[in-house]
Design a binder for this molecule. Sequence first.
Ligand SMILES: NC(=O)C1=CN([C@@H]2O[C@H](COP(=O)(O)OP(=O)(O)OC[C@H]3O[C@@H](n4cnc5c(N)ncnc54)[C@H](OP(=O)(O)O)[C@@H]3O)[C@@H](O)[C@H]2O)C=CC1
Ligand SMILES: Nc1nc(O)c(N)c(N[C@@H]2O[C@H](COP(=O)(O)O)[C@@H](O)[C@H]2O)n1
Length: 292
Amino acid sequence: MSSLLPAATDTTGTPSPAPRDTLHFPPTHQAQLAPYLPSPPNTKPSLPHVTLTFATSLDSALSLAPGTQTFLSGPQSKAMTHFLRSQHAAILIGVGTAIADDPSLNCRLEGVGGFGGEGLEGQPRPVVLDPMGRWDVNGESKVIRLAREGKGRGPWVVTAEKSVGGLVVEGREVLGRTGGRYIVVPSTEVGGREAMEWRDVFSTLHDLGIRSVMVEGGAGVINGLLEPRNAELVDSVVVTVAPTWLGEGGVVVSPPKRFDQDGKRVPTARLKDVRWIPLGEDVVMCGRLLAS
Ligand SMILES: NC(=O)C1=CN([C@@H]2O[C@H](COP(=O)(O)OP(=O)(O)OC[C@H]3O[C@@H](n4cnc5c(N)ncnc54)[C@H](OP(=O)(O)O)[C@@H]3O)[C@@H](O)[C@H]2O)C=CC1
Ligand SMILES: Nc1nc(O)c(N)c(N[C@@H]2O[C@H](COP(=O)(O)O)[C@@H](O)[C@H]2O)n1
């Protein structure tokens, strides 16, 4: 992933103006994040670098209520998120987020493709984990519209073998036209759902050439990745903490309880190598998961 990207020019060599929603993240702040970014060589064979990142309230909520989108990040930390997006080959979200947010999942940082840069340089691949084929991806989905406008890539949708037969043809066609596709990952039926091992999801993405993944959420995805058995898959954690309490009923980051060999309750996960970076009214906390 690049840091200095060539400016897009028109046929006369004049730089094209960047869109109005273009974001800027200063180099001094970029340098503070550097230790947590993907940098080759990746030490995990056949797996990408994985960064777990999200914005949370002081009561650990990602949004006010299920099915709703809540803006927590201030302007500076939003620009930080887009800088992170520019540094990863893919952004992954769960289907709950795709349905609730209709997200853009592109990078709007100054200098990336579609935002002053050439082609799709620096644009990550959106990946939606949708084992049951619940996401109605269509021509009006924001991620598709942006891909059509050259401001992002077409999404890859990770689904279960069992769901393939039920996928609507329009979804397939819409994905195909923007360079997106469905990807099948092995799954096991658990309580009527198709559960996937995160190792299988990431190794499939690695097989498809993806060397770094920024996992943005939502709660189901994050809580699963914070389970001790998945800790070794996560390389960095970058959390934006916003100075607000959303109140009861929010969608919260709170991974399952953990017990030691004697059945005594212990913390589920903890970070090491922690750095706190104040950005506007928010604080961005970076770290690495302690091995369990
Ligand atoms: N503040 C922030 O930074 C962010 C906030 N959000 C917010 O989070 C909320 C959405 O969170 P949530 O509802 O938890 O949804 P998620 O986006 O976490 O999606 C959860 C779904 O993903 C699928 N999934 C997750 N893990 C697995 C697995 N191991 N194997 C197979 N499938 C899996 C399941 O789909 P299925 O149900 O089909 O089995 C599951 O129900 C929204 O309100 C959104 O706005 C989201 C991202 C970031
Ligand atoms: N960093 C961050 N801060 C917030 O306040 C958020 N609500 C989110 N949500 C994540 O970003 C996606 C929406 O942004 P785009 O439309 O893709 O620009 C959303 O789907 C979550 O993944 N993130």
